[in-house]
Design a protein around this ligand. Sequence first.
Ligand SMILES: [Zn+2]
Length: 452
Amino acid sequence: MPPFSFPEGNTYRLRNARVPAAFLVAGPPGGATCDGDGAPLLDIEIVSGRFGRIAPAGALDGPEPSFDLAGRQAWPWLVDMHTHLDKGHTVARTPNLDGDFPGARDATTADRTAHWDAEDLRRRMAFGLACAEAHGVAAIRTHLDSQDGGTLRDQAEVSWRVFREMREAWAGRVTLQAVGLTPIDAYGLDYGRRLADLIADSEGLLGGVTRPTGGLHGAGLAAIDALLDHLFTLAAERDLDIDLHVDETDDPAATSLDAVARATLRHGYEGRVTCGHCCSLALQPPEIAEATIARVAKAGIGIVTLPTVNMYLQDRRRGRTPRWRGVAPVQELRAAGVPVAVAGDNCRDAFYAYGDHDMLDTLRQAVRILHLDHPFGDAVALAGPVPARLMRLPEAGRIVSGAPANLILLAARSLNEVVARPQADRRLIARGRLAALPMPPYEALTGESAPW
Ligand SMILES: [Zn+2]
């Protein structure tokens, strides 16, 4: 974009903003002109740093200054509801030499054991948050490795303490939630109860991964129903929502998602459970997948798809080109009424060597990997309103009158132009003001500095 002569202060109008309808609470206002993607042309009032009236272009006037977006897109800040801020940016010191899931699991264990003290966690998590904020991410849910630390040290205590510090320090900028992540067999032990107490004290979510400690996703754990009963009971006793890593594999014998749906219904936990990954669902016989999807819908489970990481980890064998994309059947889930969000997952760690905490990039990739185009429909909902609803954040991921005015302004007029380019020249409005949020330099991860 050319240099902006943007209004000073935090009360003004944006004129001729193209806003995808999914970002509007009540859809396009009556009388607005919509483009081929159904996105209306709007004027947006910003009053004392908050959204005011939202009306068809030309319908608002007044003495306050205004800025003409000339039909370019204006988006709310996006929501990344499945990340691993505690693992992030470790790839240089502890690479995953095979690039596959067992290699990732083992490299992560080695890195955690060697490095994860409070200072290390603080530096890497702050770096990740600064990246996210500079890209226009309003809220993040992170999983925190919380398996039994044994006698070495109690990793969960350290990680959750640093997370609580971060949540407070970043309040009002990036909203943070956390989930305790442990292989699900922990919930058959006394450790599971202690972890649930730590999570409840930290106002987090109960979580886990549906594979055994040191094992892989695959043919069901024999005790999966009993373990889920323990987990759901611990959650209900403490009034905690649940967020699980489920069936992250190409093995169609992995059917934990159905077990989670059954447990959700058995415990009356409808609307309080999220499942991430669910890759094997795409490879199961249609009648089995359809029955599972129907039960997931009935249980009100939200699904999070992590396409960038699934494409990286799934179907990886040295010397062989991957044959499948590794992603959950997102279109079928959405068609059945299941809320589906897209999220970034790992960032520059053993599970995924790349990434930059950029939800707009994640969405652009998701559109192409999952074929969420021709037409785009409400594909953008996966990165804004759906994750905001699953995270219970009524003011995030949409443009809501009265909410803090956080916007991403794009040098793109249509969704095609958004998806085609990386949008590196996006501009951010934070709490009503044009914000200059530089990307943190990589040197910040090691305490070095170099002019750039
Ligand atoms: Zn994950």
